[in-house]
Design a protein around this ligand. Structure first.
Ligand code: C5P
Length: 221
């Protein structure tokens, strides 16, 4: 059977990566976490004391950065920055709270979108992000737009953080998610928006399994 391209977009913590990863595994496709790519350049920006508003400096830096992924069976994918394991540091609050500013730069997006398109060129990918169905893979055979209430998304993130032993304030978390979504939806360059031909799934109150099954039901044409 032909290997297609699947685009999964949606706001923060809507379950995109969990679902995309499961789906990729079932189909024997490659999973591409584009958010991790924006997180890597944000981490590098902060580490090099570059101001997140300095597009030119970030672009120059990005040209020296190779982003790699390593799949692990059940554990989360390993994310590499020039060979260094940055899987965990790119999820830290400082990165999370600056990533929308870094990813809003047109030239930063241009470079990363080109890299993402290269990875997806031959199909057989499940790619998740904010602009996959609209900008990265506008011709994807299947496009999904995953949403969930901000309350539930904050709750999922809250539980994840607790499980990691992190001290978290639920209201603060909720505010940060809402702020990030607002920035991602209102930026000038390829803002977060549902592609016209994307299927909308509201995962509020839905199990992960149910979401994956729903997406699979769209595959049978
Ligand atoms: O998916 P994740 O929450 O890790 O994405 C982190 C951030 O990266 C998003 O909030 C957004 O600012 C940016 N992003 C983007 N386009 C994508 C994927 C992520 O702008 N395709």
């Amino acid at each position: 059977t032909k290997k297609i391209s699947i685009a999964i977009d949606g706001p923060a913590s809507a379950g995109k990566s969990t679902v995309a990863k499961l789906l990729a595994k079932k189909l024997n496709y490659v999973y591409v976490d584009t958010g991790a790519m924006y997180r890597v350049i944000t981490y590098a920006t902060l580490k090099n004391n570059i101001n997140p508003s300095d597009e030119k400096a970030i672009v120059k830096l990005l040209e020296t950065i190779e982003i790699g992924f390593q799949s692990n069976d059940d554990a989360p994918q390993t994310v590499l920055m020039n060979g260094e394991d940055v899987t965990e540091v790119i999820r830290e609050d400082l990165v999370t709270n600056n990533v929308s500013q870094v990813s809003a730069h047109e030239q930063v997006r241009k470079i990363l979108v080109a890299r993402q398109q290269e990875i997806g060129r031959n199909g057989g990918v499940v790619m998740d992000g904010r602009d996959i169905g609209t900008a990265v893979m506008p011709n994807a055979e299947l496009k999904i737009f995953l949403v969930a209430s901000v309350e539930e998304r904050a709750e999922r993130r809250y539980k994840e953080n607790l499980a990691k032993g992190m001290d978290v304030d639920f209201e603060k978390l909720k505010q940060e998610i809402a702020d990030r979504d607002h920035k991602d939806m209102t930026r000038d360059v390829s803002p977060l928006i549902q592609a016209e031909d994307a299927k909308l799934i509201d995962t509020t109150g839905m199990s992960i399994e149910k979401v994956v099954n729903t997406i699979e039901s769209y595959l049978v044409i």
